[in-house]
Design a protein around this ligand. Structure first.
Ligand code: AP5
Ligand code: MG
Length: 188
C-alpha cells in the first residue's frame, strides 16, 4: 500500500507515520528526516540544503525527486511506502505519480491532517524546547505556514480530483488521530 500523509508543519505527520507503518508493515519515508540527517552529518547533500531547511523554504523539486526515486528503488519499498512530507508541490506529485506508474503501482490513499494554526504553533514551540529543531522558532514557523499554503495546499485539490483524498481531524490525542486515520483508509 502506498500512502501519503499531508498536512501543515506540526500537524502530526511524523508522529502518526511511526505508528501506522508498524501496523501496516510498510516503509516510512520522511524527506524532512533524511534532509535533517544529511545536514547533521554535513554530507554534500546536507551542506546544500541546510540553509533552505533552517529558513523554512522548500528544497528544489529535482533534489527531492532524486531522493524519492532512489528510495523507491530499494527492496523494502516494493510493496508499499508511507510518504511523510512529500510530495509538497504539484510538480513533485506529478513526478511521484509517474515514478509509481513505471513500477506498475499507484498511490492508494492521501491522508490530509487538519489542525488549526494556533495549535500548530503551540506544538512546535513546545518541541523547540525539547528538541531544538533549527526551524522551530516563531518567525520560521510562520514562513513554513506560508510555504504550505502557497505550494502544498493545492495538492489537496489534485488528490481530491483523483478520488484519493481522505481528510482527517488532527486535533485530539495521538491515539484518537491514529484511529481516525485507520478508519479513513479502511484499516480500522
Ligand atoms: P518536514 O520535516 O517535513 O517538516 P514539516 O512539514 O514542517 O513538519 P514537522 O516535521 O515539523 O511536523 P509533523 O507534521 O511531522 O508533526 P510531528 O509529528 O513532528 O520538513 C522540514 C523541511 O525540510 C521543510 O521546511 C523543507 O525545507 C524540507 N523539505 C522536506 N520535504 C520536502 C519536500 N518534499 N520538498 C521540498 N522541501 C522539503 O508533531 C509536531 C509536534 O507535535 C511534536 O512535538 C509532536 O510530539 C506533537 N504532536 C503530534 N501529534 C500531537 C497531538 N495529537 N497532540 C498534541 N501534540 C502532538
Ligand atoms: Mg515531521
Amino acid at each position: 500500500m502506498f500512502i501519503i500523509l499531508i498536512g501543515p508543519p506540526g500537524s502530526g505527520k511524523g508522529t502518526q507515520a511511526k505508528e501506522l507503518v508498524d501496523s501496516l508493515g510498510i516503509t516510512h519515508f520522511s524527506t524532512g528526516e533524511v534532509l535533517r540527517q544529511a545536514k547533521s552529518q554535513k554530507t554534500p547533500l546536507g551542506e546544500k540544503v541546510a540553509q533552505c531547511i533552517d529558513q523554512g523554504q522548500l528544497v528544489s523539486d529535482e533534489l527531492i525527486m532524486e531522493l524519492v526515486e532512489d528510495r523507491l528503488a530499494q527492496p523494502d519499498c516494493a510493496e508499499g511506502c508511507l510518504f511523510d512530507g512529500v510530495p509538497r508541490t504539484i510538480a513533485q506529485a506529478e513526478s511521484l505519480d509517474q515514478l509509481l506508474q513505471k513500477r506498475g503501482k499507484q498511490i492508494d490513499h492521501v491522508v490530509a491532517l487538519e489542525v488549526d494554526q494556533d495549535e500548530l504553533m503551540r506544538r512546535m514551540l513546545r518541541r523547540a524546547e525539547l528538541e531544538g529543531r533549527a526551524d522551530d522558532n516563531e518567525a520560521t514557523i510562520r514562513r513554513r505556514f506560508e510555504v504550505y499554503e502557497k505550494e502544498t495546499r493545492p495538492l489537496l485539490d489534485y488528490y481530491q480530483g483523483q478520488g484519493k483524498l481522505r481528510t482527517v481531524d488532527g486535533l485530539g490525542t495521538p491515539e484518537e488521530v491514529l484511529q481516525r486515520i485507520r478508519e479513513a483508509i479502511g484499516a480500522a
